[in-house]
Design a binder for this molecule. Structure first.
Ligand SMILES: *[C@@H]1O[C@H](CO)[C@@H](O)[C@H](O)[C@H]1NC(C)=O
Ligand SMILES: *[C@@H]1O[C@H](CO)[C@@H](O)[C@H](O)[C@H]1NC(C)=O
Ligand SMILES: *[C@@H]1O[C@H](CO)[C@@H](O)[C@H](O)[C@H]1NC(C)=O
Length: 387
């Protein structure tokens, strides 16, 4: 019954939204993206930070560390790990996938947010954040947290898309475009698309227990945005044959994260998949859109795997924060995502050729583990170098 209702809702939403489309067509994608691939190496690197659970800094003690580590461990260790990871990886963008602060233990949410994101701000790196299920438990609501975040230095986060700002569920649904190398043939196009969504906190439907989910309104926004981006990419000038790859970031894993076991994922699963107890269909929506190659979530701190289901990789970041539950002796970790462009014989940078990922552990040497290829372009252009 629940799925029938959801379908009806989706249909209703569709018809009203397509009626609205006739009156005001959505704005075209931005011609000049904030983010770009580097001309030096044709790369764009993202550092994913999941579940910092930041609260009151030095006064907030660590959870699940070894007994001898307890006395000297606080939120400041989370900040130190973030500074170290930034130095080691030199990312082009940092993405925080929710539970950035642990509102319940924070005496001032604004102050906790400032402290949590401070290493990204002081590194002067662009960063983007979405909400988890704990960010709003302190002095700020979900909207309040997102408003605070978008006011901070260096962030590219947005509260909601201008095309349906009042109709969309949640806060922090937006997309970012990563431009090709400046001056190259694809310098005016988005060659990598990043989507950010609010996966909610808890179900508000009395008959449904557990966590929230990505609502039809958000899926509809994703759908029209993906369609627009693909259209722009495949139109003149420099029309491309296939869509640019898309990466999707949110907090709560989809039920499809439970499709794997150790025979078909890279990483580890040490706890259950805490997705919503209903399936709102976002995986299918992404499959149909066709451009999404990987999804990155947090939420389950002890799971850090990536598994591929029908062409889309479903990845956990792995727990980052020290005031988040974890496993004593099992290092806190971060995920790195690296997209690399294809290069022609003439030395010109083209479209994205591959997307790789690995994790960094917060140990003495920031050990790199679980390197893997998430996606590779199938057809290389005629003039491209085969490397
Ligand atoms: C936390 O930081 C302190 C101070 O730098 C350090 O002595 C301690 O080993 C760190 N603890 C962990 C678990 O990394
Ligand atoms: C990109 O846009 C700039 C500014 O409008 C223009 O000068 C340049 O020729 C464009 N490049 C391509 C490859 O279309
Ligand atoms: C992973 O392997 C298990 C069997 O070991 C299988 O049940 C499951 O369907 C596989 N998942 C995917 C996504 O291939």
């Amino acid at each position: 019954m629940a799925s029938v209702h959801l379908l009806l809702l989706l249909l209703l939403l569709y018809s009203s939204a397509s009626a609205a489309r006739g009156t005001h067509s959505p704005a075209p994608p931005q011609p000049t993206p904030h983010l770009r691939f580097k001309p030096t190496n044709g790369q764009f690197k993202i550092l994913q930070v999941a579940d910092m659970h930041y609260a009151d800094g030095a006064a907030t003690k660590c959870q699940d560390v070894l007994p001898q580590q307890l006395r000297t461990c606080s939120d400041l260790n989370t900040s130190a790990f973030l500074r170290r990871a930034i130095l080691a990886e030199q990312p082009d963008l940092i993405v925080f996938t929710g539970d950035n602060i642990f509102g319940f233990d924070s005496s001032d949410s604004g102050r906790s947010l400032n402290a949590a994101f401070a290493p990204a701000v002081s590194a002067k790196l662009p960063w983007a954040a979405v909400l988890g299920n704990h960010d709003q438990e302190g002095t700020l609501s979900r909207e309040g947290v997102m408003r605070h975040v978008v006011g901070m230095d260096g962030t590219l986060s947005e509260i909601n898309p201008t095309i349906m700002v009042s109709e969309i569920d949640g806060f922090g649904n937006y997309n970012l475009e990563v431009g090709g190398v400046r001056g190259s043939g694809l310098g005016n196009k988005s060659v990598l698309n990043l989507y950010f969504l609010d996966s909610g906190d808890y179900s508000t439907v009395p008959s449904v227990y557990g966590y929230g989910w990505i609502k039809p309104s958000q899926q509809y926004w994703f759908q029209i945005t993906s369609r627009q981006l693909q259209k722009a990419y495949m139109s003149k000038p420099q029309p491309q044959k296939e869509s640019a790859p898309g990466l999707v970031f949110f907090h709560i894993p989809l039920p499809e994260f439970a499709s794997f076991d150790s025979s078909n994922f890279t990483g580890i699963r040490q706890e259950g998949i805490s997705s919503a107890s209903v399936n709102s269909g976002f995986f299918t929506t992404m499959l149909e859109a066709g451009d999404v190659k990987a999804v990155f979530t947090g939420h389950d701190h002890l799971n850090d795997f990536c598994g591929e289901l029908t062409g889309i990789n479903l990845c956990y970041g792995g727990g980052f924060g020290y005031h988040a539950y974890g496993k004593a002796g099992w290092a806190r970790r971060a995920r790195v995502i690296l997209a690399t462009l294809e290069k022609t014989e003439k030395g010109e940078w083209e479209a994205v050729k591959s997307i790789r990922t690995w994790k960094r552990l917060d140990d003495k040497h920031l050990t790199t583990i679980d390197q893997q290829v998430l996606w590779c372009k199938k057809s290389t252009s005629k003039h491209a170098l085969i490397t």
